[in-house]
Design a protein around this ligand. Structure first.
Ligand code: 5GP
Ligand code: MG
Ligand code: MG
Length: 172
């Protein structure tokens, strides 16, 4: 395991993003929607770094896929609060192909928010396969499989306070 982004780097970037978002969304009706499970650590840190009133909601999204095929996405909108007429920011751990975010933006927009944007911790720019980019990102990373700060491998490693690459390990 190789550390790519350490705890201090993450903390200062998240605090900066929080300030930027507080500025952007002051005097607005903001709802931040975390995408489970990968966004949970970022969500907890980011909402405390956004010093303007806002609501928080959750969506569960899981994709089933192997390395060769695009998988199907399972989405649960049961915990989504009423966002009609509100300014909504979707928060996810990583923007890889972008298909998860693309699908979620489509589905959430059907609830008629006033505005809808996306924020992610990590962006694998080289891996993007959709005609869409995240509105906010903390770090661009190369196309390697990473874990930590919410991101898992077989549901392990989410608790690590840093981002690490498993590339070169015998796990992947
Ligand atoms: P996308 O739909 O953008 O291809 O994939 C997004 C989802 O795939 C993320 O929310 C995440 O769950 C998973 N994913 C993509 N790349 C990685 C990675 O490097 N590490 C981990 N742990 N999950 C990833
Ligand atoms: Mg995810
Ligand atoms: Mg995962």
């Amino acid at each position: 395991m190789k550390v790519l982004i350490d705890q201090d780097q993450i903390n200062s970037r998240v605090v900066n993003l929080g300030r930027e978002l507080a500025n952007e969304y002051q005097n607005r009706q903001l709802t931040i929607i975390g995408i489970l499970t990968g966004s949970l650590v970022l969500l907890a840190d980011l909402i405390r770094a956004i010093d303007v009133p806002h609501q928080v909601g959750l969506i569960q999204a899981s994709s089933y896929r192997d390395k060769m095929t695009a998988g199907s996405l399972k989405i649960n909108l049961d915990y989504l609060p009423d966002i009609t007429g509100r300014d909504v920011l979707l928060v996810d751990d990583i923007f890889d192909t972008g298909r998860t975010m693309e699908t979620l933006l489509e589905q959430v927009s059907q609830r008629e928010p006033l505005s809808l944007k996306s924020a992610v911790l990590l962006w694998k720019e080289e891996a993007t396969e959709v005609d869409l980019t995240p509105d906010y990102h903390c770090f661009k990373i190369p196309n390697h499989f990473v874990v930590g700060y919410g991101l898992d491998f077989n549901n392990e490693y989410r608790h690590l306070p840093f981002i690490a690459s498993l590339e070169g390990s015998d796990l992947v």
